[in-house]
Design a protein around this ligand. Sequence first.
Ligand code: C5P
Length: 245
Amino acid sequence: SSNFKEPASGTHPQYIPPWTEPYIIGVAGTSGSGKTSVAKHIVKAINQPWTVVLSLDNFYKVLTPEQHVLAEHALYDLDSPTALDFDLMLRCIGDLKTGKPTQLPVYDFCTHSRTEKTTTIYGASVIVVEGLLALHHRQLLDLMDTKVFVDTDLDICMARRVKRDMIERGRDLKGILDQWDRHVKPNTIQYVIPSSKNADLILPRSTDNKIALDMIIRHINNQLEQKSLVHLQRLQELGQITNEG
Ligand code: C5P
């Protein structure tokens, strides 16, 4: 038998969809701070179906040919908030919040360009938004349930970035160091570090900090449990499901 009740004739109960809106976690921090590892750890530890990671790295704006030439010589500022397409990210999250599938852009760091490909996400119950400026944009912050700032020493961040950019992003040492001095460090000081004041939790030493990570996971698990209880209760109150079954 169906567990959906027909509304009594003449009444128009407010419809609540059978799924809850996604729970949204923000993870921000300097380039090379270990935020991707923190995001992966959260996904694994909460172990919920329909968890997606939205990386701000996918949302770099498409460059004009002139900007592209500058970027190839590490002369284009890719660390200012204006380099990112926040509107597109808000649209993607908006789709998932309303239960619709969405298309995520795919970015290629070797060619500084948005690829032809997209990744389709059919739905999400938990979204981890990860990126340098994940805690910068007001509209994005307003959507988040828990906000974490990963706080790692800047010299460690720089060493990690040099290694990663040479191995994974096809860059040379001189370009990496020039870009760091010219754009990365000044924007880190101007935008990324100040955005830590928007965090609920500051996580020193990234995934090395087992105690803090454990506390974050417990908090998220508690909130997820609470959220599904409240949702179930509302559905029951509105008669959309019965107590049995
Ligand atoms: O993964 P992570 O947070 O380090 O990625 C952000 C960094 O990627 C920014 O600091 C920006 O300088 C760099 N970036 C780049 N080339 C691009 C786009 C972003 O080096 N085409």
